[in-house]
Design a protein around this ligand. Structure first.
Ligand SMILES: Cc1cc2nc3c(=O)[nH]c(=O)nc-3n(C[C@H](O)[C@H](O)[C@H](O)COP(=O)(O)O)c2cc1C
Length: 400
């Protein structure tokens, strides 16, 4: 992809170097445009060195405009397959929202027909100001995408929202927003659970499992890429994918409540979370001290999220479960399919630690028709795509 990366005058401008490098490593061509203020925070030489392409715009040595300004802004606007402004100041958002064009970047933003994406970064007060939010709403109404800033410690010493989103999330958003859209599941609404749940024993100890959430997160990405509107209910610390509405939860009870609140609005559920089946009978508000006596942990069952959602489903809703089995895979998965009334179970062989983390994996779909040919072994991003393609074909064949 040919990417124009606009860099404006905020402290987070130094992160644009890491982003440019990541995008180049992912095989894209990146040309940077610095505003005059942006060039006070990062030099054209850094960006040129990392991208292997000229850096345009303000240059302390050459002045704002180069030799052929009238051609340059149109040429760049046409060259771009996507324009991303990272970091985006309150100033550039205001200019672009109102069609102002008084330097190279703002002119390219007006001239281009490519998709435009913003990753704002600024002080919390600026970010929360109605003028900035109104400008963003206006940019969104033009079809522009926004990677919202996160919360954290800001360079101004405040803590709050306005911190530039993670570079990897911005790179994903740029690739997603700039790529031609796949529409196999366009408009479908899918609820996905992912990650482990955690049941706290006390403020420092927790009962959980070895799930990282990678498979469910990749499934959320793959459904999103196929045009679906995805709600992800996520346990653990895995990164929330861009363009997916993510709700973070900790315990099985929280996951159940988050899912129940979203289930009526979805037409399908993919339950990829590794829900801890047990929780301690007692949760201590203070750290439990070592005693001299032998210690016994009494466990209670957590709610069966998949069974509850399957039982509450309407006839137009579908449900896919996962079964992590270390023995009798197909028999156990078929029993799960029938007991919970699921449309499909994807069986994961977890013997000897297989199936967890970033490694390649195989999933065998089981439906009322029996076992289907296994999907994989594939890295989890491609495996998720294979699952989505397999399921999209079955959805198409389903009577409405
Ligand atoms: C040290 C410093 C840090 C700044 N950080 C930010 C910032 O993070 N976000 C922002 O919107 N403006 C920030 N500003 C203000 C912008 O640099 C200023 O509005 C400038 O005119 C933006 O120009 P540009 O949008 O053309 O790059 C900062 C200014 C200074 C001096």
């Amino acid at each position: 992809m040919q990417i124009i990366l606009g860099v404006t005058g905020g402290v987070a401008a130094y992160k644009s170097a890491e982003l440019a490098r990541l995008l180049v490593n992912l095989g894209h061509r990146v040309r940077c445009i610095l505003t005059e203020a942006g060039a006070r925070f990062i030099t054209p030489l850094t960006l040129t060195s990392l991208t292997g392409e000229p850096c345009y715009g303000a240059n302390p040595d050459q002045g704002e405009w180069r030799a052929k300004p009238s051609i340059e802004h149109v040429e760049l606007a046409r060259w771009a397959e996507v324009v991303a402004v990272v970091p985006a100041t309150a100033d550039i958002l205001g200019k672009a929202a109102n069609g102002l064009a008084n330097d190279l970047l703002s002119t390219v933003l007006l001239a281009t027909r490519a998709p435009v994406l913003w990753a704002p970064a600024m002080n919390t007060g600026m970010w929360e100001h109605p003028a900035v939010q109104a400008n963003l709403a206006r940019l969104r109404s033009f079809g522009h995408a926004v990677v919202d800033p996160g919360e954290g410690f800001l360079a101004c010493g405040e803590e709050g929202s306005g911190k530039l989103a993670e570079v990897a999330v911005i790179a994903e958003a740029i690739q997603m927003h700039g790529a031609p859209k796949q529409q196999t599941l366009s408009g479908r609404r899918v609820l996905i659970t992912a990650g482990p749940t955690q049941e706290d024993l006390d403020p420092v100890r927790t009962l959980t499992n070895r799930s990282t959430g990678t498979m469910g997160i990749e499934l959320a990405r793959a459904f999103r890429n196929a045009g679906a509107r995805v709600q992800l209910v996520l346990g653990g610390d895995g990164p929330a994918p861009w363009g997916v509405e993510t709700t973070r939860v900790r315990s099985a009870q929280q996951m159940l409540e988050a899912c129940l609140a979203r289930w009526a609005d979805a037409e399908g559920l993919v339950a990829a979370a590794a829900v801890a089946d047990q929780k301690p009978e007692r949760q201590s508000p203070e750290k439990v001290k070592k005693g001299d006596e032998p210690e016994t942990l009494v466990l209670l069952r957590t709610p069966d999220i998949l069974a509850q959602l399957a039982a509450a489903r309407r006839s137009d809703q579908w449900v896919i479960g996962f079964a992590a089995e270390s023995q009798n895979h197909l028999k156990n998965a078929t029993a799960k399919l029938n007991k919970k009334g699921l449309d499909a179970v994807l069986v994961n062989d977890v013997q000897n630690g297989r199936g967890f983390g970033a490694q390649a994996n195989t999933l065998t779909p089981i439906t009322a028709q029996g076992a289907h040919p296994p999907l994989g072994p594939l890295p989890k991003d491609r495996l998720a795509l294979a699952v989505v393609n397999w399921w999209a074909q079955r959805l198409e064949a389903r009577p409405d």
